[in-house]
Structures are given as C-alpha cells and as structure tokens.
Design a protein around this ligand. Structure first.
Ligand code: FES
Ligand code: FES
Length: 159
C-alpha cells in the first residue's frame, strides 16, 4: 500500500488490515507513537490524519489511502523543535514520557484548528489521552504555552 506520511510517499508491504501503529514502528522506524493498550483506550499511539487526532493502534491501513498522516517526527527535530515540542520541553512536561508523543499530537491537532483554545477546550480535547504519571498540570501548561508560541508566530507572519 502507498501511504503519505510526514510529507513523503511510503510504500509499505503490510496487508491493508494492519493497524497503522504497527507499520509506523515495525516497518518505517517511526517510533514516536507508542504502543500502550492497543485498543483505542489510552492515546499513546495518537497521530494526525487529515488534521484529526486518531488512535493509530486501531486505524487500519485500508482507511488511509490518499490521506495525509503526520507523526511527531513530522513536526520538528531535536535541533529545530516545533512550537508544541518546544513548549513541552520548556515546561518540562513529562515524567516517564511514555504518553507525551500522543499528548503532543492531540494538542497539535487541537491548536491547528483552534489556536486560541480555552483551558476547558484543551482539557476536553486531551481527555482521550491518559497519563499514568499524573503530569496533567504540566501538560496543560505546555499546551497553553504552545498556543502562545503559535499565536505569536502567526502574528509575526502577518506583519
Ligand atoms: S495504544 Fe492506541 S489507544 Fe492505547
Ligand atoms: S509522563 Fe508517564 S505516562 Fe505520562
């Protein structure tokens, strides 16, 4: 199957019913999305498909033809982090870190649609993603900070 991931075309050999997460990690070496529950119940595997946050562990390849898939690797690099990544680093919003890639992707999907999201909207959007370490307050601060970074970047683009 042919997939569009992080702006590149990838031909993958897995059969169409294979969940995207297995192909990202097993075939393409994109390891940011994590295997947590494998059942669509924890959010560790969250990626963005056509602008929407999805659980890649329960999304078969056959639903993804002609869709644009973005994983955390597609946002920024260690040298040049995207605003959402910068914000999580600056707020030190991680304990074990296992949930954080999924949290960042769900937050990114929200901020792409609603850069001025309120605290209540951020909390509601992140609800499907679980953090066992109880890092929620730092995660919330990081998403708020990312919203500020994105808004100031947009402000300077429009000047
Ligand atoms: S691993 Fe996909 S939701 Fe838990
Ligand atoms: S930081 Fe450990 S699960 Fe969230």
């Amino acid at each position: 199957m042919r997939l569009h991931i992080n702006g590149k075309v990838e031909d993958v050999s897995a059969e169409p019913r294979t969940p995207l997460l297995y192909v990202l990690r097993g075939e393409l070496g994109l390891n940011a999305a994590k295997f947590g529950c494998g059942l669509g119940q924890c959010g560790a595997c969250t990626v963005i498909v056509d602008g929407e946050a999805v659980f890649s562990c329960v999304t078969p390849l056959q639903l993804l033809e002609d869709k644009q898939i973005v994983t955390l690797e597609g946002l920024g690099t260690a040298e040049n982090p995207a605003p959402i990544q910068r914000a999580f680093i600056e707020e030190q919003a991680a304990q074990c870190g296992y949930c954080i890639p999924g949290m960042m992707m769900r937050a990114q999907a929200l901020l792409q649609k609603s850069p001025g999201a309120s605290d209540a909207e951020i909390r509601a959007a992140l609800e499907p993603n679980l953090c066992r370490c109880g890092t929620h307050m730092r995660i919330l601060r990081a998403v708020r900070r990312a919203a500020g970074l994105l808004q100031s970047a947009q402000g300077s683009d429009s000047r």
